[in-house]
Every structure is written in C-alpha cells, then in structure tokens.
Design a binder for this molecule. Structure first.
Ligand SMILES: [Mg+2]
Length: 153
C-alpha cells in the first residue's frame, strides 16, 4: 500500500510485523475483533507476520487461528534480523516492549500499543504513533485516511 502523506516522502508498506505478547495478545488472549481486522488487511494484500519467543508455546495455534505466519525470535537482535528478511524499509512494526526497540529502528513505520501489559518508554520514544489498542492500530492501516491524518504536517 502506498500512502501519500503531505509533508513527507511517500510511504510504502507491504508487510505488517506484529509482536505477540502485550501487542497482538493481552494476557495470552487475542482481543475480540483482531481476527476480522487481520482478514481485511490480508485481503488488501498486506503480508502479516508475528515475531515471538513463543513463551506461552501457543504460536502455532494462534497462527492457525488468525491465518498469519509467525517466526521464532528469542531476543531483540533476532527480531531486528528477521525484519531484514521482510525488507524492513517496507514494513510497519506494531509492538510494545523493549525487545521491539531495535526492530523498530529499522522499519518504515513504528506503532506502539498501550494496552494492559504496558509499553516500554524507550520503545515508545522511538515510535511514530502510540495507539490505545491493537484493534485501533490495525484500523489505522485499514483506513489510510486515519494514518495520513496522524502523520501529515
Ligand atoms: Mg510484547
């Protein structure tokens, strides 16, 4: 998807990289409405992947349930290196923890979610947009006018 944003260079986003715990899931539960939003974004030709250390050993099940792929990433360096495989300059990263910080520094667009597990202050300070929930973050991409309104000068 190409976003023409007044006051900055055009932004091309092809891949959505999601953090799992505290972002895509809250206390191990996928919030209602997430699955439908991911389906809409897949229909809009976004590639969608979540990176996780798989602490809860639930990544395979969630991947099947949500219809998106996942990659094992044990630490911040692993997340950053995985992003490079997805052409980081065409990725949006949605996360919440310090483990997402190095990855965030390499991608085209950085969104943090401030949900029940919190957001690390360093990651927040290196983000472009803070959203109150994962559903709100996904809605920014579903309705480009919302994203453009927030990023434009
Ligand atoms: Mg997290």
């Amino acid at each position: 998807m190409l976003f023409n944003i007044p006051g900055r260079d055009p932004l091309t986003i092809e891949t959505i990289i999601l953090d799992l715990n505290g972002t895509l899931s809250v206390a191990g539960v996928i919030p209602e409405g997430v699955k439908e939003r991911l389906q809409k974004l897949r229909s809009a030709d976004y590639k969608i992947v979540f990176f996780t250390g798989n602490t809860r050993n639930d990544a395979d099940e969630l991947s099947r349930e949500l219809g998106i792929e996942w990659r094992l990433a044990a630490d911040a360096t692993a997340k950053k290196n995985l992003a490079a495989e997805f052409n980081a300059e065409t990725c949006v990263s949605i996360g919440n923890g310090l483990i997402d910080l190095e990855l965030m520094k390499t991608v085209a667009l950085r969104i943090v979610t401030l949900q029940a597990e919190g957001v690390h202050i360093q990651t927040l300070l290196n983000s472009d947009i803070v959203m109150p929930s994962i559903n709100d973050a996904l809605d920014l991409l579903i309705d480009p006018q919302r994203l453009i309104a927030t990023l434009r000068t």
